[in-house]
Design a protein around this ligand. Sequence first.
Ligand code: LMR
Length: 396
Amino acid sequence: MFEHLKALPADPILGLIAACNQDNNPNKIDLGVGVYKDDTGHTPILDCVKTAEKFRTETETSKVYIGPTGDPGFNEQMTKLIFGQHQIIDQNRSRTVSTPGGTGALRVAAEFIRACKGNTTIWVSNPTWANHQGLFSAAGLKVESYPYYDYETKTLDFPAMMATLAQVNPGDVVLLHACCHNPSGMDLTVEQWQQVTALAKERGFTPLIDMAYQGFGQGLDQDAYGPRLMANELPELLVCSSCSKNFGLYRERIGGFTVVAKDSTSADIALSVVLSVVRSIYSMPPAHGAALVNTILSSSELTAQWHSELAVMRQRITHNRQMLVEKLIANGVERDFSFITRQSGMFSFLGITPQQVEQLMSDYSIYMVGSSRISIAGISKDNVDYLAKSISAVIK
Ligand code: LMR
């Protein structure tokens, strides 16, 4: 049976991890996968996570199955983290299940959408996270795209986005990034969220919000503006969240899928379908990461510690953006890269050609996605000079 298989290329993002690991150049820089790194290039375990882990080791009494909804405490805490003190909680209109990371949440969302209506079209931004297209197609959805990033002006092409979304059919799903748009770093403003929400109401499409970076943009509450507004204004909403980045729990694979329905009865029906989807894919989610997040968010002390550790990560990324732009200028680069400081979150496009990306990798051991997406956290005060000099050399 296997003789008919053809080898597939490595994943455009994950393949970079292996390529960079194999590179012996001491000056190599990894700007590939979106993981937070400190100034020494290390991805640390947060102190609040360490404390929660210790607590869990001492208090956990069983490893018995947890059930397809996952950890109820985690689900409740995540709902509050995403929505704050929101009327949907009082109205009992939302249901959250724990999932294996944000990607697991997206796959459950996709299967749930298919269960609601086979052949549904999902609209994703152009560009979007490299895995969205494949993930939704694999679940049997039809994937279309709406214009988003203007590569010329390095800004959001909001009029073009709205013009396309105005043609979307009722019952279609539109994927939006809550914050820290991956890969462009260009987010919707408050006014733009309001306009997209009004359009969703008018056209009758359902938003699916991918919230993988809450707290990495402007702050926990600011980054949740879109889902909170949409939950106020729309009868139905889907949100996929992740604790990989903001809790640094990457390998623990913990995220959540939230369904907001028009009332409590519809929410229960939707949950029953979500649980059947979960059962048929992975039966039940891993429990460890969920328990850590629940422990942190149930303790005011650990929550305060998490907030300050999250702020350090957010501020370092913002500082790196500024530092790169300054170093490019200091290295005589005339091209205007100041857009990098006006973007937000883990990523920006450098806006260089695929050949130049390739040259940075082969000649300078600098790794980034072929689209020239860079993971800003990979920049440090020790490598920024080499990075700026190398970029300057290849774009001359
Ligand atoms: C990224 O975009 O680099 C991250 O979301 C990691 C991944 O799984 O692709």
